[in-house]
Unconditional design. Structure first.
Lengths: 283, 298, 291
């Protein structure tokens, strides 16, 4: 005996519609919700997320009952989420563009972008033209730039990352002109790839390169136009490719968030910045 | 003495009838289960259609290339890469799966057959990200020595083939088991050698089921994301050699989704719709062939 | 009378048989290679400490305790959401709707299509529906609900299959005793079908634990101990992905996590088995083996 299917479907449809209507609330403002549950959500550049995770953990030690969630999604996404209210703070690893200046921002560190090669690679430095040539596919063998007879494996970042943006602006190479062999996502993935292949070259944030090299990654930073990338050379202004690391936010801020921002510019936080091989900005 | 019926038969209260709540409740649950697929299609369309409406559907195959930040959304190289990966993986995996299935069903002694079956089942339970990890640490360096950069179409084909061997093997085993014993016994009675029996009697008789197994394996291969993300190099290009790095459509979605906004995000949803269509077509084909196999034996 | 029988070797047959065995051996070796790599690298890392401490240094050292908790939370949420729906669908398919009617056909068709959807597409759906529309954000709940959609077809199919295979003698006997359809189902058929249902749940668990792309999009990356279902938390497979791709030097812990995942699967399968046997015993007073 089959159940009277029509009546069942009608009843079921009614229940389902009721459920759907109940479930589709307009999104509540995240900032308001977070002030009740003491949660601070931070979204943005992956370069900064390692730093902010460390800061978050340190802050949570001293302030139990607060939870800091760090999510990477790119600098532009950070700005978008802060504007929409889905995140409290945004991490931006470049200068703010003119139309982004209506958001408040504080500078919490500086960083640079350095070229890395595998440890086994004898090449110690390249000029701007050489890097341009390598990344546009005109120079294809290491022996043309003073290295071994090995075909170059070019590693570049996926579109949407601000590291790629800064790289492309500095060397004057558009996205379409880049001829890469491997595309990676985060800095650490780039380091992983270059460390695993003797013929590889890539560009990453200097802070993460120095940090990972200290942890044992088999990479080496090489000099650009004679300047060796390091925290000192970026701090002194000698190294050409440097960028700001900002936190953006919208007013009004909750008390908790303001407190965290103060912490982000404190001496303790500056130590964390230095430990990750970036340049702190507080005296 | 016949019993007398009561003068008034108690009216049936529908609310007191057993199962008054049970069956509608089950029906509602079943309805919700059926609705999910429509919900998925609705949301995918909702996010992707605005972009299609803007520029038409052909731009996804005729734009200059995949430069999403410059509004150029050509999906064709990535779609081709996914297809090449799937076909390559099928070519590598099918002979191996067929051999395992034939050996376990017809030739091996019971103990060995059980061992092989257990190994195949264990492999099926291993998560794909572990295959990706193994691919990155074992396959890519070997290929790198041969032809840098190592992360390439070939690496993807090898690892994905390994992943779909259990799927194809299990389905082929059940197809082979539907071959009537009369066939094999008849062949033996005619003096046909065992290998010829398998080649010319068993395989043709189970061919629909083997085809179905291959198609379902292909559906699994084309939908694979993590492995291709980790071992294929992720360069958007139409590969001219097996050692070229490629980016599969699924890997592209996983790679760019966290960072995509606006039109870029919509284009990824369109890519998702394409994958949905492709895999649904494959699954429908596989199920149809499998049903024919079962009907032939019924 | 002696008869001389000439022995002729069928070279073609030998060659084909050799090829088949050769391919099987090759396939066997190739299937074992990753398993061997995982276990040999991973067992060294596995220890009580590894399972019960938090990850430090981006996961290079320390353990995976919060990740195990998140994984369990995600899997249990998905089972809790999927089991009722799958049960309802299975019951209606076998006992409710007319098997040849349009309702059953639509249900079966939609479940089949659902089962074929690639996991990235589920990730997109989960992100867009659970995380954005229902405002769950990156959370265990969003990930669990999306996973529930993924395992629903497998669960429903195996439950329907088990209910169908329950011998008609049970069904007919129950009806002959005057039991209502609901009682026959609940008190007779379900207990008999429980072993098959258990196998279906284990199969669904295998798939749920292996999912990475979906959880990347919906449950996020956080490696801290989750305090509620609305917190973000990473599952073991996401952790393996992060360690192998984003953490130079994280490979050994990645292998350890892989072994932990296989162990978790074994433990969960065993628990499901025990629970269904207990259910069978309490419902009927005996247990049966699966067909």
């Amino acid at each position: 005996m089959a159940i009277k299917t029509t009546s069942v479907w009608l009843v079921g449809a009614g229940v389902l519609i009721a459920l759907l209507l109940a479930g589709c609330n307009p999104a509540t403002d995240q900032a308001q919700a977070e002030s009740r549950t003491s949660r601070i959500s931070i979204v943005g550049s992956s370069t900064l997320s390692a730093l902010l995770s460390e800061m978050g953990k340190a802050y949570e030690q001293v302030n139990p009952g607060v939870r800091i969630d760090v999510q990477s999604g790119g600098s532009s996404r950070g700005i978008m989420d802060v504007r929409a209210g889905t995140a409290l703070l945004g991490m931006v690893s470049r200068e703010l563009k003119p139309d982004e200046r209506n958001l408040h921002n504080i500078l919490i560190a500086r960083d640079g972008i350095g070229m890395i090669v595998n440890e086994k690679n004898p090449v110690t430095g390249l000029s701007n033209e050489q890097v341009f040539g390598i990344y546009t596919g005109q120079i294809t063998n290491w022996k043309d730039v003073g290295g071994d007879d090995l075909a170059i494996t070019v590693v570049s970042k996926a579109e949407g990352r601000s590291t790629l943006e800064v790289f492309s602006d500095y060397f004057g190479v558009s996205y379409r002109e880049i001829r890469a062999h491997v595309i990676i996502g985060d800095n650490q993935q780039g380091i992983q790839t270059v460390g695993g292949s003797a013929a590889a070259i890539g560009y990453v944030s200097i802070g993460s390169a120095e940090y990972e090299a200290e942890q044992g990654a088999e990479i080496r930073l090489i000099s650009l136009e004679g300047q060796l990338p390091s925290t000192e050379s970026v701090a002194s202004g000698g190294y050409p490719i440097s960028r700001e690391l900002n936190l953006v936010y919208k007013e009004p801020l909750t008390e908790q968030a303001r407190d965290f921002l103060t912490f982000a510019r404190s001496r303790e936080a500056a130590e964390l910045v230095s430990r990750l091989y970036m340049i702190p900005v507080t005296p | 003495m016949t019993p007398t019926a009561p003068a008034v038969i108690a009216p049936i209260n529908p609310l007191k009838r057993r199962g008054w709540l049970f069956w509608p409740a089950m029906a509602v649950l079943a309805l919700m289960a059926a609705m999910i697929i429509f919900l998925i299609i609705a949301f995918l369309l909702g996010e992707g259609v605005p972009l299609i409406a803007q520029g038409g559907i052909f731009r996804f195959f005729s734009d200059e290339g995949w430069w999403p930040l410059e509004a150029s959304f050509n999906l064709a190289p990535m779609l081709l890469a996914s297809l090449y990966l799937t076909i390559g993986a099928l070519v590598v995996a099918t002979p191996l799966s067929l051999a395992i299935a034939l050996v376990t069903t017809f030739k091996a002694p019971a103990g060995l057959a059980r061992l092989l079956r257990n190994v195949v089942e264990l492999s099926a339970a291993v998560p794909t990200v572990v295959y990706g990890l193994w691919g990155v640490t074992s396959i890519v360096p070997i290929l790198n020595m041969w032809s840098p950069p190592g992360a390439s179409l070939m690496a993807g084909i090898l690892v994905v083939a390994l992943m779909i061997i259990p799927t194809i093997t299990v389905l082929t085993q059940s197809a082979l088991q539907t071959v009537p014993r009369a066939y094999t016994q008849g062949a033996a009675a005619l003096g046909v050698s065992s290998s010829q029996t398998l080649l010319r009697v068993v395989i043709p008789s189970a061919s629909q089921g083997i085809f179905s197994a291959m198609v379902l394996g292909a559906a699994r291969a084309i939908g694979e994301t993590m492995v291709v993300l980790m071992v294929c190099g992720n360069i958007v290009q139409v590969p001219t050699s097996l050692f070229d790095p490629v980016r599969a459509l699924t890997a592209n979605i996983a790679l760019e989704m966290p960072y995509a906004m606006g039109d870029h995000r919509a284009s990824l949803f369109v890519a998702g719709l394409v994958m949905l269509l492709l895999v649904s077509a494959l699954v429908a084909l596989g199920e149809w062939a499998g049903m024919r196999q079962r009907r032939m034996r019924a | 009378m002696k008869q001389v029988v000439a022995l002729q070797l069928d070279y073609r047959d030998l060659a084909w048989t050799g090829l088949m065995y050769g391919l099987t051996l090759a396939a066997f070796a190739v299937l074992l290679w990753p398993l061997f790599t995982v276990f040999s690298n991973g067992l060294q890392v596995l220890s009580w400490e590894f399972l019960f401490t938090r990850p430090t240094d981006a996961g290079r050292s320390g353990g995976i305790a919060p990740i195990l908790v998140s994984t369990l939370a995600i899997v249990l949420t998905s089972l809790a959401a999927a089991l009722p729906l799958a049960f309802g669908a299975a019951v209606m398919l076998t006992e409710g709707f007319d098997p040849e009617g349009w309702a059953a056909r639509v249900l079966r068709c939609s479940l089949d299509i659902l089962g074929g959807i690639p996991s990235v597409v589920f990730g997109l759906f989960g992100l867009s529906f659970f995380c954005r529309q229902l405002d769950l954000g990156y959370s265990i709940l969003a990930g669990g609900l999306t996973l529930a959609c993924m395992i629903l077809p497998t669960l429903a199919r195996s439950m329907a299959f088990s209910l169908e295979s329950a011998a008609s003698a049970h069904r007919v006997g129950g009806t002959a005793l005057g039991l209502s359809r609901q009682s026959v189902l609940w008190h007779v058929l379900v207990p008999v079908a429980l072993p098959g249902i258990c196998a279906g749940i284990v199969l669904a668990l295998t798939r749920a634990l292996a999912e990475t792309a979906v959880l990347l999009f919906t449950s996020g990356y956080s490696d801290r101990m989750p305090e509620s279902l609305l917190d973000s938390g990473r599952s073991i497979s996401v952790h393996i992905y992060d360690l192998s791709t984003n953490v130079p030097g994280g490979n050994s812990n990645a292998y350890g996590s892989a072994v932990a995942l296989l162990l978790l699967l074994a433990v969960l399968s065993f628990s499901v088995h025990i629970i269904t046997r207990w259910m069978q015993r309490s419902m009927t007073g005996t247990t049966t083996r699966s067909h």
